[in-house]
Design a protein around this ligand. Structure first.
Ligand code: SF4
Ligand code: SF4
Ligand code: SF4
Length: 262
């Protein structure tokens, strides 16, 4: 698969329809993001480990290039879809080239949709449901509250989860506003800190696992966000990143007139 992707990237660059191809490359023994341009040595291109390339695309486009191709995974595509909707990236500026994740990767991310809508490379494998999710849904509300209170007691308020998230794009973050989150308080007030973030993620979390991977305290953040995604699907028939449908929580008041006294 890797060789085929390298060949496609070379052809894409030679074709001249994009200014560059955003992918991973190996340099000095390390793998990181790179915008390949015509003439670059594509034998340095890599596809592992997973990387948050949707977030890097914002930076690449801000540097002045007009159009790029992006070699990405299912979660990159989902993140891009949300970033298009939120006017962070112009949809016409990206040509997405999707690859499916392996069963091992899906397991590592506890991912329910480990593939993009159009798979150019790799093969679709089954999504994963973490057993803890079922345990949680069987708990009473009081038990669930106690579970999250205990888990979030480990939080050191490092903001790693927020910084790693490809769809956390607000210029002014409420979590950094002392009106909502007291400075110097560790762990942050429960449930306020995590409730605020969960509320902001409810119609945008694309399940990319970046937050959980970034958390130095091993907090199972995606368990919470996965539950939110399920609730959004059930209540609003909306799955963030799955389509260009408008986010329901931010559009209801625009589209529907409130009844007097409502
Ligand atoms: S979150 Fe899903 S799509 Fe993204 S890297 Fe993991 S398995 Fe692949
Ligand atoms: S899984 Fe975490 S990092 Fe990824 S979109 Fe959801 S909240 Fe953000
Ligand atoms: S990454 Fe983990 S420890 Fe850091 S703020 Fe987020 S939940 Fe808390």
């Amino acid at each position: 698969m890797l060789e085929d992707i390298r060949k496609l990237v070379k052809r894409t660059l030679d074709g001249g329809k994009v200014d560059g191809v955003l992918a991973l490359w190996r340099e000095n023994g390390r793998v990181g993001p790179h915008l390949f341009v015509k003439g670059d040595d594509v034998s340095t291109l890599e596809i592992d480990p997973k990387y948050n390339l949707a977030a890097v695309a914002i930076l690449a486009l801000a540097s002045g290039v007009k159009k790029i191709a992006l070699i990405g995974r299912g979660c990159d595509e989902r993140a891009l879809v949300e970033l298009f909707k939120r006017y962070q990236i112009d949809e016409d500026a990206i040509e997405f080239i999707g690859m499916a994740c392996s069963a091992e990767q899906a397991q590592a991310c506890e991912c329910d949709i480990p593939y993009p809508t159009e798979i150019r490379f790799g093969e679709k494998v089954k999504g994963v449901v973490p057993p803890e999710l079922e345990d949680l849904t069987e708990m009473s509300l009081d038990e669930r509250f106690a579970y999250w209170r205990d888990v979030f007691a480990k939080c050191i308020k490092c903001y790693g989860c927020k910084n790693a998230c490809p769809v956390c794009v607000c210029q002014d973050c409420v979590l950094e506003d002392p009106m909502w989150v007291k400075k110097g308080e560790i762990p942050p007030e429960f449930p306020m800190f995590h409730l605020i973030r969960a509320y902001h993620m409810v119609d945008r979390c694309v399940h990319c696992y970046e937050c959980e991977e970034a958390c130095p305290m091993g907090i199972p953040l995606t368990l919470l966000y996965r539950q939110l995604r399920q609730d959004m699907k059930e209540l609003f028939d909306y799955l963030p990143g799955a389509s260009d449908a408008k986010p329901p929580l931010t559009t209801v008041l625009e589209d529907e007139k409130l009844e007097e006294g409502a």
